[in-house]
Design a protein around this ligand. Structure first.
Ligand code: S3P
Length: 439
């Protein structure tokens, strides 16, 4: 699909439900006895993969005509043996969190995924879950396809996270739900805390202590009983990032995105954009589903390059591709570092962003753990006469980031494959069109 220079974007849009919260709402509802209802669930391929897997393990999950999802759970410890392999598609979150759930059940399950997911490392979860008693037969490099055998009762774990990963933390917590005793996780660098919030909301006995240096100690009492909930999923800040940056770099734009989740463990991009001088305003601040939410208005205006402190990375880990796009239009240099994790996302996001941005005329240097970008000070990037092809490599966020970048080029660009966008933001192209960005 080709993205060409856009006139000013204007309008008010909503974004789909938060992907992380949507996965967790299906998983925890599937473990509560009785009916939970979820409103605003992200109906993207990743979350639907979680729904299919939870059904395969005994939960009843239905969507009504009003778009409300009704989930009848099996109770903690009640998951059933799936009859066929669990196809996780592109979804790392489904895979790693479900491995946690299965680890403390006497279930054997095989996980498969697409070419992108099959390249991603799974040792970060198989290692701690093995300590709890689960066993794994993985493809070389601890990758999918992988077969695991859970165990019941599992052994409670006391674990210091070696990598800042909410997926690893959540896998262990979910395993801990059906494990006797106390599961304890030491989290030196805070990552998104949706699992902790939602587990408490479902009635689990979970505590978080914060030490003076910011380390979080999370304790969960196992053999929990979860009570069905009514959940409203806030809009995904990771999806809101795209129309917001589109407005910041396209002259004359003025865009409002409503109902954006602003959990402090997720909102790092907006702080970084503000320190680059972005014209962002936040209104209608409120709470939705136990998470802080606001409407965000973005107006086109000058951005200035900054050194992005590496410690904000976990709070915007999925937003670096679109931040790199914003940086390419800023005045001066933006330096990022400490981003090794970006190399093991749906793609190697450092290399793909560096290559793609260079192809449309940005000045980028790729380092071992970040990018250094010299911005254009608001001028459009050249693009090319015959639009250069950008490779998205089955990575939805790469595809959307370059779609946005294309709006502020002179020559436009073509993204080779926009289909991966359906994993997290099925209405992305329609949203751009409604803002006037596409013919
Ligand atoms: C997620 C955690 C992050 C993030 C992913 C969703 C989650 O992954 O990149 O998109 O829902 O827990 P890591 O845990 O690998 O950082």
């Amino acid at each position: 699909m080709t993205f060409t220079p856009a006139p000013a974007l204007s309008g008010t849009v909503g974004v789909p439900g938060d992907k992380s919260i949507s996965h967790r709402s299906l998983m925890l509802s599937a473990l509560a006895v009785g009916e939970s209802r979820v409103e605003g669930l992200l109906e993207g391929e990743d979350v639907l993969a979680t729904a299919t897997a939870m059904r395969a393990m005994g939960a009843t999950i239905e969507r009504d005509e009003a778009g409300i999802w009704h989930i009848h759970g099996v109770g903690v410890g009640g998951l059933l043996q799936p009859e066929t392999a669990l196809d996780m598609g592109n979804s790392g979150t489904s895979t790693r969190l479900l491995m946690g759930l299965i680890a403390s059940h006497a279930i054997t399950a095989t996980f498969t995924g697409d070419a992108s997911l099959s390249k991603r490392p799974m040792a970060r979860v198989t290692q701690p879950l093995s300590l709890m008693g689960a066993s794994f037969t993985a493809s070389p490099g601890d990758r999918l396809p992988l077969t695991m055998r859970g165990t019941c009762p599992a052994v409670p774990l006391d674990y210091r996270l070696p990598v800042a990963s909410a997926q690893v933390k959540s896998a262990i917590l979910l395993a801990g739900l059906n494990t006797p005793g106390i599961t304890r996780i030491v989290e030196p660098i805070p990552t998104r805390d949706h699992s902790e919030r939602m587990l408490r909301g479902f009635g689990a006995d979970l505590n978080v202590d914060i030490e003076p240096d910011g380390t979080r100690i999370i304790t969960l009492t196992g053999e929990a009983e979860l009570h069905p909930q009514q959940i409203v999923v806030p809009g995904d800040p990771s999806s809101a990032a795209f129309p917001i940056v589109a407005a910041l770099i396209t002259p004359g734009s003025h865009v409002t995105v409503t109902n954006v989740g602003l959990n402090p463990t997720r909102a790092g991009l907006f702080d970084v954009l503000l320190s680059m001088g972005a014209d962002l305003s936040f209104s209608n601040r409120r709470e939705v589903g136990g998470e802080p939410v606001a409407d965000i208005t973005a107006r086109y205006g000058p951005l200035t390059g900054i050194d992005v402190p590496p410690d904000v990375a976990p709070s915007m880990i999925d937003e670096f591709p679109i931040l790199f796009v914003a940086a390419a239009f800023a005045k001066g240099r933006t330096r990022t570092s400490g981003l090794d994790e970006l190399r093991v996302k749906e793609s190697d996001r450092l290399t793909l962003m560096a290559t793609g941005l260079a192809r449309i005329g940005a000045r980028v240097i790729e380092t071992e753990d970040g990018l250094v970008i010299e911005g254009t000070d608001g001028a459009p990037l050249p693009g090319a006469d015959s639009p250069p092809l950008i490779t998205a490599s089955l990575d939805h966020r790469i595809a959307m980031s370059f779609a946005v970048a294309g709006l502020a080029t002179r020559g436009g660009l073509t993204v080779d494959d926009m289909r991966p966008v359906a994993t997290s933001f099925p209405g992305f192209v329609a949203m751009l069109r409604s803002l006037g960005a596409l013919p």
